[in-house]
Design a protein around this ligand. Structure first.
Ligand SMILES: [Zn+2]
Length: 166
């Protein structure tokens, strides 16, 4: 899924309690992509400005992507790593940080919205390299219902709270 949708899904699923909770869940929702692709995009912007935006919707050539991104992708898109981090935070705080669940949700959504041709989700890394051949999130069959669903859910959320929660 695209990074903004990930943030919005995380926020609506796990951050409905308050404004602070929402943004925390939003951040956990975007974090897996931010800490993998984010560096490449930042580098591209620094080197070539916003030229990369012209290629949006067309996945870049996987061979052009630096190796460290694949390593970071393994770490950030693994349910094993997520579960360990979630448990560690729970242990340290004495209670779970539910907003972190947006990270796990990101990985689960990615499993089904990436094909094996472009960054299949390494959700069992480093234990197993199982790959699922999903449907690309840029496919209108996925993307359009995703946007419609988000608009409906957010409209309902804002209506219920008579605006943005405090
Ligand atoms: Zn992702």
């Amino acid at each position: 899924m695209d990074v903004i949708s990930h943030g919005l899904w995380g926020g609506i699923a796990l951050g409905r309690r308050s404004r602070k909770s929402f943004w925390l869940a939003f951040l956990f929702g975007v974090a897996p992509d931010l800490f993998s692709f984010g560096f490449v995009i930042l580098g591209a912007v620094l080197a070539h400005g916003f030229e990369f935006l012209r290629g949006i919707g067309h996945p870049p050539d996987p061979a052009q992507i630096p190796a460290y991104v694949y390593h970071l992708y393994n770490v950030t898109h693994s349910l094993v790593v997520f579960a360990l981090a979630f448990a560690l935070v729970w242990l340290v705080r004495g209670r779970p940080l539910w907003e972190m669940g947006a990270w796990g949700l990101h990985v689960v959504v990615d499993i089904f919205t990436h094909t094996t041709a472009f960054f299949p989700t390494p959700f069992l890394w480093p234990l197993m390299s199982v790959q699922f051949n999903g449907r690309a999130w840029s496919d209108p069959v996925i993307f359009v219902p995703n946007v419609v669903l988000l608009v409906v859910l957010y409209a309902g959320f804002l209506w219920k709270h008579r605006g943005w929660p405090k």
